[in-house]
Design a protein around this ligand. Sequence first.
Ligand code: FAD
Ligand code: MLT
Ligand code: ZN
Length: 495
Amino acid sequence: LTADKYPNIKRGDFGKINDEDINHFSKILSPNQLITDSNDITGYNQDWMKKYIGQSKLVLKPKTTEQVSEILKYCNQRKLAVVPQGGNTGLVGGSVPVFDEIVISLASMNNIRSFDQSSGILKVDAGVILENADNYLSENGYIFPLDLGAKGSCFVGGNVATNAGGLRLLRYGSLHGSVLGLEVVLADGTIYNSMHSLRKDNTGYDLKQLFIGSEGSLGIITGVSILCPARPKSVNVAFLGLENYEQVTKCFQKAKSELGEILSAFEFMDKDSQLLAAQTLKTTHPLCQDDIEGIESVPEYPFYVLLETSGSNKEHDDIKLEKFLEDVMESEIVVDGTVSQDEQQLKTLWTWREGIAEASQQFGGVYKYDVSLPLDSMYKLVESVKERLNELELSSTEDNKKPVYEAVGYGHIGDGNLHLNVAVREYNKEVEKALEPFVYEFIESHKGSISAEHGLGFQKKNYIKYSKSETEINMMKDLKKHYDPNGILNPYKYI
Ligand code: FAD
Ligand code: MLT
Ligand code: ZN
């Protein structure tokens, strides 16, 4: 069997769900934890970008780790394929089925298990929404060491499964460092539990690391223990205009040396990304002096930087930031800028960065490339792609409009991570062929990574060789075979 949507992919040799299976699951779960109605399943079959669509006929919503274990044990015996699903905000097609895999949604496992006020160690179920975890921590004077635009929908378990990077990795580091322990159900139902509160533990292999970033290919994460830092008392955001990309990199060097320990985010955006954002935000651009809104309000600067400082002493942070801004303006690294005066303004400034993801897919779809590249050559990728798309004679859509709306670049420059988005009016094979493997070849030739933070999922499964050696790929395949010999966990993806 091949799906209409994916004519080149064959369904694996998995069992097909029958009445007996449904009966069995009904014994493990209560009726409202089991969804079979096709209308109710639609949302679980489709990803955030509306690019990947599966054909699952069954969604299971366990409430306990034991239920997840019972489900997987049975699926493994019956060779029924499954897709673990969190908030379904992933951007590489990993969270939705390809064929008729059973969706195992963690949405009903959403309890905060414990919080230790003195150590800052939080233990949660995998289905806790990131923003809820952060709000809870805020009440206790702490902050979640990860923040991203999808915080209102994504789950902590999904964040760990994708090893999400986000907006403050620069300050708090990767989840590989802050996650202290995990509870994971393996393919055969075995429960692996390392939900401890130890910062240091050198007794053997650090097994939890295997599951951080494994995108549901090795087990289902049900619990997360994570070390959270104290919530900064003073936060400032500056939004800057720059004349070229070289100044962006110079500005970053200066920010590191002059702001040092209080620098908590350094994000860049090109002008086209701001024009896209303006079309959904419909507000006045932060660097516009006039009383106008939308795209007219976006100034002519080719690049913008959003820089955040977080510290414990407002007076100290203000002085440092002021001095830094004076220096970069005097040396003409930065030509324009504004600084948030209150919490509301701070949030507004962030919307012009966080809003780009949503804005990029407003015209019908988006091809997304999330790459690590050396800072100096980073923006060359966007320029090369723009050039290539301009040169190509792409056929027009029905209403005679070119399928590509715009290619934009932005991202976590402080982490060497660029997001290249090609906003399209509809998903189009011609455009895809122009982009792939071109983008991946560019990245390989510059010794970058084809996935900085979004993962491999369905989109990049066949492109892993551009970033990993044959030996590395074989080691990954060995792990997969060992922990999931029947291949039931998230098939057709990852490797
Ligand atoms: P899902 O999308 O449901 O799943 C993602 C993958 O993890 C799938 O392969 C799924 O099978 C697997 N999975 C989910 N839960 C589990 C589990 N409990 N156990 C095992 N496997 C599981 N990412 C970044 O890194 N940085 C960003 O700045 C960022 N910003 C974003 C902004 C927006 C607006 C959006 C829509 C997405 C953004 N993302 C970003 C993508 C990012 O990967 C996710 O938002 C998030 O980490 C995924 O969590 P989720 O709960 O939605 O997982
Ligand atoms: C971001 O940094 O905004 C996210 O990773 C989402 C995206 O790539 O659009
Ligand atoms: Zn990102």
